[in-house]
Design a protein around this ligand. Structure first.
Ligand code: DX5
Ligand code: ZN
Length: 222
């Protein structure tokens, strides 16, 4: 069984003290970085230069979530900037299979992201080639939104799809997850937990990361 991994989203960090904020989550497993282009989503965040700065500030793998149009044109840039896992939205890739192959050829781990309304069928024929599927449990664009409950059924269906085929693919979930609902997403079958405001909105990030991990592992043992 894949380990529970905690991936704080720096979208809710203090960008004026980004290196310090990243250093303060070193007990996590991944640093989740949200790249938004103002077109694919109605918000604009950061690009490769800031990813390079985050890369210098931590040894943790960078889980880069691209919420951008034409992701295939950009994956090489983000790989070079220091991304380890590169997540592309199925809705933003015209040739998803090719984009996944590009990420592999760059020596990085491909992740495919699905919006709340996008069916699982979109990933069926790339499932064998990818490292992870990211199920959005909010509509992408902003931190601090409420968890969309239908994500739980989607995670459970995806878990079954992966297990039936005998693949090893991580299921990541992103949006509205905090210590009080992490058990639900883990019980449904997710193992990578993204949390932005759920970590950076608390006083002691390390304690929150430990609690997310503890509750996630407990939910799995149940
Ligand atoms: C939303 C981003 C998320 C966001 C999650 O578009 O993809 O990673 O930071 O924030 P919370 O955990 O606050 O919902
Ligand atoms: Zn994200």
């Amino acid at each position: 069984m894949l380990p529970i991994r905690i991936a704080p989203s720096i979208l809710s960090a203090d960008f004026g003290r980004l290196a310090e904020e990243v250093a303060a989550i070193e007990t996590a497993d991944y640093v989740h970085v949200d790249v938004m282009d103002g077109h694919f989503v109605p918000n604009l965040t950061i690009g490769p230069v800031v990813i390079e700065a985050v890369r210098r500030a931590t040894k943790l793998p960078l889980d880069v979530h691209l919420m951008i149009e034409d992701a295939d044109r950009w994956v090489a840039t983000y790989a070079k900037a220091g991304a380890d896992i590169i997540g592309v939205h199925a809705e933003a890739a015209h040739h998803l299979h090719r984009t996944v192959g590009q990420i592999r050829d760059l020596g990085k781990l491909p992740c495919v992201v699905l919006n709340p309304s996008t069916p699982l069928q979109h990933i069926e024929w790339v499932l064998r080639d990818i490292h992870s599927v990211l199920i959005m449990s909010v509509n992408p664009g902003f931190g601090g939104q409420s968890f969309i409950p239908s994500a739980l059924e989607k995670i459970a269906l995806l878990r079954r799809m992966i297990d039936e085929r005998g693949y090893t693919v991580e299921i990541e979930v992103d949006g509205g997850i905090k210590v009080d609902n992490v058990d639900l997403v883990v019980q449904a079958g997710a193992n990578v937990i993204v949390s932005g405001s759920g970590v950076f909105g608390t006083k002691d990030y390390a304690a929150t990361i430990a609690e997310l991990r503890r509750r996630g592992e407990a939910a799995r043992a149940r």
